[in-house]
Design a protein around this ligand. Structure first.
Ligand code: HEM
Length: 388
């Protein structure tokens, strides 16, 4: 256990809203050991920026961790050269150019289909009916697992997220996760012959073409599904909610004074869909005045860094006119999100402009709930559109 000061937290309150606790920690104990999480938390942007690239100390390898045990050893759980080889291998799928020239058109096709079905007037929960569905459709394309439905992708993603954060060891959660991973493994195996015969730009084809070992291919596809579904979903739904509850800011976007990309950057700063990234200390070391021991578990608190008062004035306010460029919602080191360009294209380039263009008089019809700290987002989005 590190020698960082001990800070107790109320886990239920932290789930409901971690930001007040994190603000106090940034001010009083920016690096703290939290017994309820059994982790040392880094909460300031400067400290995370300095620590994250130093993988010799803050390693991503956790061979006996839940993610590796349940999903296989993916590139997010590797360091140095082993990580770089796989990261380079998947680049052709997620590069800015492929996103621009290939995926954006597919995302538009999916969004058009969904919006056609929603019609010009109606009501419903757009968290599921738009955000979850579009995010799942995008992942079907990106992974190459087009035989799966968007619902399959969403269910598998949730089951894996629950499985890898099942620190209490609930056997039901583990069993659900294993069913999901088996389902994805089976879908990958079934898709391989076609991906070899007719390779595309999807992750499966690209990794097969790069001759990555089969276990890595399986593990990285499961990583993309567990890590690529809920964030776009939560950002699409969250931005719709944030703009509908800040009508003056919505006007600025619809007038063209602020771009959808600016809205995206401010939203992920304000309400980071991934609040933390875990690391394990790989060598005894003293940093920031704290002694860390081999095996200590550390959380880089990205959500907290994005509210760091040294970088953002009035950080609790959603303000699309600010310069949010210094946020680290996608990470701050070699593990910087591989899906960042695809997400920006999907959300800022397609989902938001299209939904606000197509669904006239879009409005909320009920309370929106928000929760989580490791993964944080809106949980529902009751809306109506069309005739008032
Ligand atoms: C708004 C949407 C998204 C956000 C905010 C987000 C955020 C993140 C964060 C915080 C990390 C960890 C970074 C670190 O530890 O330094 C990460 C890693 C990753 N993300 Fe995303 N993500 C998003 C969408 C996606 C999508 C759609 C995909 C799938 C194509 C994806 C694939 C990955 C992969 C493969 C990694 C591991 C990268 C590595 O270890 O080198 N992400 N993401």
């Amino acid at each position: 256990m590190s020698t960082a000061p001990i800070v107790h937290i109320d886990l239920a309150a932290f789930w409901a809203d971690p930001y007040p606790t994190l603000k106090k920690m940034r001010r009083e104990t920016p690096i703290a050991f939290v017994p309820e999480l059994n982790r040392t938390l880094l909460t300031r942007r400067d400290d995370i920026i300095k620590a994250e690239p130093d993988f010799a100390i803050f390693s991503s390898q956790q061979p006996e961790g839940l993610m590796v045990k349940l999903m296989g050893e993916n590139l997010m759980r590797k360091d140095g050269e082993a990580h770089a080889v796989e990261r380079k291998a998947i680049f052709p799928t997620v590069s800015p150019r492929t996103v621009r020239d290939h995926w954006t058109a597919q995302f538009k096709t999916s969004a058009t289909e969904i919006l056609d079905e929603l019609g010009t007037s109606g009501d419903g929960d757009l968290f599921t009916g738009f955000a979850t569905r579009l995010s799942g459709e995008a992942l079907r394309s990106l992974t190459g697992l087009t035989a799966l439905s968007w619902q399959d992708i969403d269910q598998a993603s949730q089951a894996m997220i629950d499985g890898v954060s099942n620190y209490a060891g609930d056997p039901t959660v583990e069993a659900r996760c294993r069913i999901a991973t088996t389902r994805i493994d089976t879908a990958i195996t079934a898709a391989i012959p076609n991906a070899c015969a007719n390779p595309g730009l999807d992750l499966l084809s690209i990794m097969l073409g790069a001759d990555l070992p089969k276990p890595s291919i399986h593990a990285n596809i499961k990583l993309a599904i567990s890590g690529g579904q809920n964030e776009p979903r939560d950002v699409i739904a969250g931005i719709i909610w944030a703009l509908l509850t800040h009508p003056d800011q919505l006007k600025l976007v619809l007038n063209g004074q602020i771009t959808w990309l600016q809205v995206f950057e401010e939203f992920v700063r304000w309400l980071a869909p991934i609040g933390m990234s875990p690391r394990r200390v790989a060598q005894d070391s003293t940093l920031f005045g704290v002694d860390f021991k081999i095996g200590d578990d550390v959380f880089f608190m990205f959500g907290s860094a994005n509210h760091d008062e040294d970088y953002f004035d009035n950080p609790e306010q959603f303000d699309i006119t600010r310069n949010a460029g210094k946020h680290i919602a996608f990470g701050a080191g070699p593990h910087f999100c591989a899906g960042a360009w695809a997400s920006k294209a999907l959300i800022a380039g397609v989902a938001l402009p299209m939904i606000f263009e197509r669904l006239k008089n879009l409005r909320l019809t009920g309370d929106v709930r928000v929760g989580g700290w490791a993964f944080r987002g809106v949980l529902n989005l009751p809306c109506a559109w069309g005739q008032l």
